[in-house]
Design a protein around this ligand. Structure first.
Ligand SMILES: [Zn+2]
Ligand SMILES: [Zn+2]
Length: 513
């Protein structure tokens, strides 16, 4: 979808985005569809890669040796208990495990044996520290993280070091830090008609790793088919994710009777809890509704994990929000600060008089961002005239207010510091900053009408915001910039705000399409 945005936006500048949008359509494209004839045979002894989960050691809950295979449990028609209500059927041509080499699935009985399935062991692989943050502000909750496990538990990727496993599943992915953030309703409502679940992230764990739904790109049971590490995750390229809840995350009960604790949040804002319900009893699908949740005090509606398909959720009981992903190896997660923007870059601030290192980079950044914002205001001006979707008008109004305010702050800062308000022209032209529309694109937008205008505005403005985020990333990576400077803090807060606006715009765009 990013490609789509870029192509439509004609964004062909030499700059490489540090930010990419998280796509709902990514799915599990973690394996290459190469011919695996040349690799080892399926009859290899895999017992050294078996695991013995605690959850499989008693008679309560599903039998781990005869788990119901979910391959035929995907439906696109309506929510149904024990099934995944998916937005689209699987693509049989998508990459995945080699069926002929899978020994732990019994197709005749439609079951699979978790205790006879290989898992990638631990080893020397170390992708860096995981991070995760949950913040609440007003009516929203934001959960973000760098998608690496906070508890540091990750297998020995890439799997290509293990020929016996690669012979079955040729996933060449290597997990790396990728920032994800989900803006959620703090107090979500249950809706009458639950919605379908698409491929890609459905939520995020408190362990900092995103959750995907139960299926792989083919629409098959991902937990049964795909090889994950002994800690429960695997990468789609560099995006590490869980298709089920690793049992170690279900450690601290939420209630004194043993009811599991919170594992993370789903995109509709409802919490996902562990394996045990009231009385500490392990749950099965029969205990849960068609979305894989239930409602009881004191937590109200919530989802539960099970060791059987669909593992996490079957549908969205609430309204799923879009997700945005900011990917940059050098950037840290910056939870939203409560202080309003104006508290950070006050118009009376003068870096030089405050004795903070006053850098050329700051001036360039502020001058550039002022130009960037000016164009955003031109775009929102068009919304006043031509938008037909109320949600588009609303978000444009919000942007207009925020960006006007920021432009005022930036101009005051420049004048207080004795700097010109405008960037020097290059060959008589204003320079075009990352994500800015070319004159041709601006022209296209100004002649678009109706829903066509709304979509084009959203796509262009998402690009525009991503460009601003990239400018912030460049500022952050500039070693000359004081991380404590007001400009830097202003930039980081603006960055967080714009990342949230990107999520909102994605959600609106999804609604229009
Ligand atoms: Zn996967
Ligand atoms: Zn419960």
């Amino acid at each position: 979808m990013l490609k789509l945005f870029r192509n439509r936006a004609g964004y062909s500048g030499g700059t490489t985005h540090f930010l990419i949008l998280l796509l709902f359509l990514v799915g599990c494209s973690e394996s290459l569809s190469l011919d695996s004839e040349s690799l080892g045979q399926g009859s290899a002894d895999l017992s050294e890669y078996f695991i013995s989960p605690e959850i499989c050691k008693d008679d309560v809950g599903p039998d781990c040796t005869k788990l119901r295979l979910g391959d035929s449990q995907l439906t696109t028609l309506a929510p149904e208990q024990g099934k995944l209500y998916a937005c689209r059927p699987g693509n049989p041509g998508a990459p995945g495990s080699d069926r002929d080499k899978i020994t732990w699935i019994d197709n005749a009985s439609g079951t699979w044996n978790m205790l006879a399935k290989p898992f990638l062991p631990a080893g020397s692989f170390s992708p860096g520290a995981g991070s995760s943050a949950v913040t609440e502000s007003g009516s929203t909750r934001t959960i973000s993280g760098n998608n690496l496990p906070v508890d540091g538990k990750i297998g020995d990727w890439p799997m290509t070091r293990y020929p016996a496993l690669t012979a079955i599943d040729r996933n060449p992915g290597i997990p790396a830090a990728n920032n994800f953030s989900f803006m959620l309703q703090l107090d979500p409502d249950e809706v009458t008609n639950p919605s379908c679940v698409d491929l890609g992230p459905i939520g995020m764990t408190l362990n900092g790793v995103v959750l995907y739904n139960a299926v792989d790109g083919r629409g098959n049971d991902a937990v049964a088919h795909e090889i994950v590490d002994i800690y429960g995750g695997h990468p789609a390229q560099s995006d590490y994710h869980y298709h089920f809840v690793p049992e170690r995350l279900d450690k601290v009960p939420a209630l004194s009777d043993g009811h599991s604790g919170l594992i993370g949040y789903i995109r509709d804002g409802f919490g996902l809890y562990g394996y045990n319900g009231a009385g500490g009893r392990e749950l099965s699908n029969q205990d849960l509704d068609e979305c894989h949740g239930h409602s009881h005090s004191p937590m109200g509606y919530h989802y539960h994990s099970t060791i059987e398909y669909p593992y996490t959720i079957g549908c969205y009981r609430g309204t799923p929000m879009a997700s945005a992903s900011a990917v940059s190896p050098r950037r840290r997660i910056h939870p939203r600060a409560d202080a309003p923007l104006s508290g950070v870059l006050s118009s009376s601030d003068s870096e030089s008089t405050r004795g903070v290192t006053y850098r050329e980079a700051n001036v360039r950044f502020i001058q550039g961002m002022a130009v960037h914002h000016a164009q955003a205001l031109e775009m929102t001006e068009l919304v006043r005239k031509y938008a037909s979707t109320e949600a588009v008008r609303q978000i444009a109004r919000r942007m207009e207010i925020a960006q006007r305010h920021e432009v005022g702050l930036m101009e005051a800062w420049l004048s207080n510091n004795g700097e010109p308000l405008r960037m020097p022209r290059v060959n008589g032209q204003m320079p075009i900053m990352a994500g800015m529309l070319t004159p041709e694109q601006m022209q296209r937008l100004s002649v678009a009408r109706g829903v066509g205008f709304d979509k084009l505005f959203l796509e262009f403005m998402i690009e525009h915001h991503l460009g601003a985020n990239e400018m912030v990333a460049n500022l952050s990576s500039d070693s000359g910039v004081e991380k404590t400077s007001t400009v830097f803090q202003f930039a980081e807060e603006m960055d967080v705000d714009q990342a949230m606006e990107i999520q909102r715009m994605l959600a609106i765009l999804e609604g229009i399409e």
